[in-house]
Design a protein around this ligand. Structure first.
Ligand code: NOJ
Length: 514
């Protein structure tokens, strides 16, 4: 591996949704100190970087993605001192810390918006996007907001104009065409860079550049919400500005864009020519069914669209916005195990979502306990730490109900069972770390029988070679041609360290040396 390879190309990243990870003060909501207390577990697992979803001051209309102060910790999650301790202790274990940055919108309780909405002629009026309603009172354009699927405009009686919000009305969109907004938001990045963070996950970053004419979305697509439709050249100019700022610190800080454009070709454009974002999420694979042929197409597409030099891929199966992949793939543990092999052996940086290493499924959240306006409560259930209830969440009941089998799938139970999915994740991460081919090598898709996805990873400099066989079908499939290879990791029981038998049982996979 080249000595100049940046850490974020070889890292395994791990997303923590702080409300749901671990609670240190018995109020039923996870916090920063809770995360710090479990760093040894994360180091044992082998993850290299933590991405922590928002913990800033917020009225929590969107559970932290509505920020009212970018430069402080919400008391629910702790204090700036807690954050500093968490970063120091993560760094002490060799782990990087990536924080979430929410640039497209603030909370309606942010001081900037309070000022902006107060009068038509105040200094911050143009920091947000205000327009007159059309004659007759309809909104300035046909944009639809996410979650509510209502018009993305709300009339503010105080000044008689409408403001734009691509999400909830409590999340007004900032006007990034105003250089004062750009400067103020750059300052919020500096605040966290100066505190030692290693990078940012940038929330819906493709949204910050907007059509200055605010033209209607195509009528046949508008109902989707404006969010996946906003693909603008203005964004790229702004991304270059963000990159320059990050690079002025040192080349080690990373920006990971949440580009919610559901087309890999468009995602690829957000890398620029190595002068925009270092990494971008590519969501089409996350929305791909458990199907070998469909996955093959996604891998081919990523290889085709992402520039081999400037655009390092990322892979993600679960996050706080979507049903967990075990749930989406039908609840089978065997599939969840095979999916782990896939995620951790593809060419690119994998992002795990806390709890997937436990094989968690979504919680069934009864109507009386739903809290999220976007219907995403199920994937945000608390992490079970101990086998016995309340699973390490002493005190107040957690803010969301438990996911199924939380005792059996707790960290405590799975740590005690070497055949568990948790130990499988650890073995895969460790197998990845010891193989230059898996870390930075090329990928080649191989011919395989129907139902099987096969690819090799090769590092030319060291001649390191690995082969990955994933059987998406539920029945056993015999494969020819890999008989002399050693099984490094098998997602089904047995066989590791031995020669490959040529048989892959249903919904399982193997990582082979050679
Ligand atoms: C994407 C985030 O992942 C999601 O949780 C949030 O609701 C929206 N952006 C709005 O910030």
């Amino acid at each position: 591996m080249h000595p100049d390879t940046p850490w974020w190309k070889t890292a395994v990243a791990y997303q923590i949704y702080p409300r749901s990870f671990a609670d240190s003060n018995a109020d039923g909501v996870g916090d920063l100190e809770g995360i710090r207390r479990h760093l040894d577990y994360l180091a044992w697992l082998g993850v290299d970087a933590l991405w922590i979803s928002p913990f800033y001051r917020s009225p929590m209309a969107d559970f932290g993605y509505d920020v009212s102060d970018y430069c402080d910790v919400d008391p629910l999650f702790g204090t700036l001192d807690d954050f500093d301790r968490l970063v120091a202790d993560a760094h002490g274990r060799g782990m990087k810390v990536i924080v979430d940055w929410v640039p497209n919108h603030t909370s309606d309780q942010h001081a900037w918006f309070r000022e902006s909405r107060a009068t038509r002629d105040n200094a911050k009026r143009d920091w947000y996007i205000w327009r007159d309603a059309k004659p007759g009172g309809s909104p300035p354009n046909n944009w639809i907001s996410s979650f509510t699927f209502e018009p993305a405009w709300t009339l503010d009686d105080r000044t008689g104009q409408m403001y734009l919000h691509c999400f909830l009305e409590e999340q007004p969109d900032l006007n990034w065409q105003n250089p004062e907004v750009v400067a103020a938001m750059h300052d919020t990045l500096r605040f966290w860079l100066d505190r030692g963070v290693d990078g940012f996950r940038m929330d819906v970053i493709h949204l910050i550049g907007k059509d200055p004419t605010l033209a209607d979305d195509p009528a046949d697509l508008a109902a989707l919400s404006h969010v996946p439709l906003n693909n603008r050249p203005e964004t790229h100019e702004l991304l270059r500005g963000l990159r320059t700022l990050l690079d002025s610190y040192n080349a080690d800080r990373v920006a990971v864009g949440e580009v919610y454009l559901l087309d890999t070709k468009l995602v690829a454009e957000h890398y620029g020519h190595g002068d925009e974002l270092h990494l971008n999420f590519n969501f089409p694979p996350l929305y791909t069914a458990w199907d070998a042929a469909k996955w093959r197409k996604q891998i081919e597409r990523a290889a085709r669209e992402l520039d081999p030099i400037d655009a390092w891929p990322t892979w993600v199966l679960s996050n706080h916005d979507n049903a967990r992949h075990r749930t989406r793939y039908g609840g089978s543990e065997a599939r969840a195990r095979a999916a782990a092999l896939l995620l951790l052996t593809l060419r690119g940086t994998p992002f795990l979502y806390a709890g997937e290493e436990l094989g968690l499924e979504d919680a069934d959240v009864p109507p009386g306990r739903t809290v999220d306006p976007g219907g995403r409560d199920g994937c945000r259930a608390p992490i079970p730490w101990t086998a016995d209830a309340p699973h390490g969440w002493e005190g107040a009941e957690p803010w969301l109900p438990w996911s199924p089998c939380s005792g059996e799938r707790s960290v405590e139970s799975l740590l005690a069972d070497e055949s568990s999915i948790l130990h499988l994740y650890r073995r895969l991460i460790s197998a990845r770390k010891e193989s230059p081919a898996l870390l930075t090598g090329g990928i080649e898709l191989l011919d395989a029988p129907r139902g099987v996805l096969a690819f090799s990873r090769r590092d030319v400099a060291t001649a390191d070679l690995r082969t990955v066989l994933v059987n998406f079908a539920d029945e056993t499939i015999d494969l020819e041609g890999f008989g002399s290879c050693e099984v490094v990791v098998s997602t089904a029981p047995g066989g590791e360290g031995a020669r490959f038998t040529g048989t892959v049982s249903g919904a399982s996979g193997v990582l082979l040396r050679g």
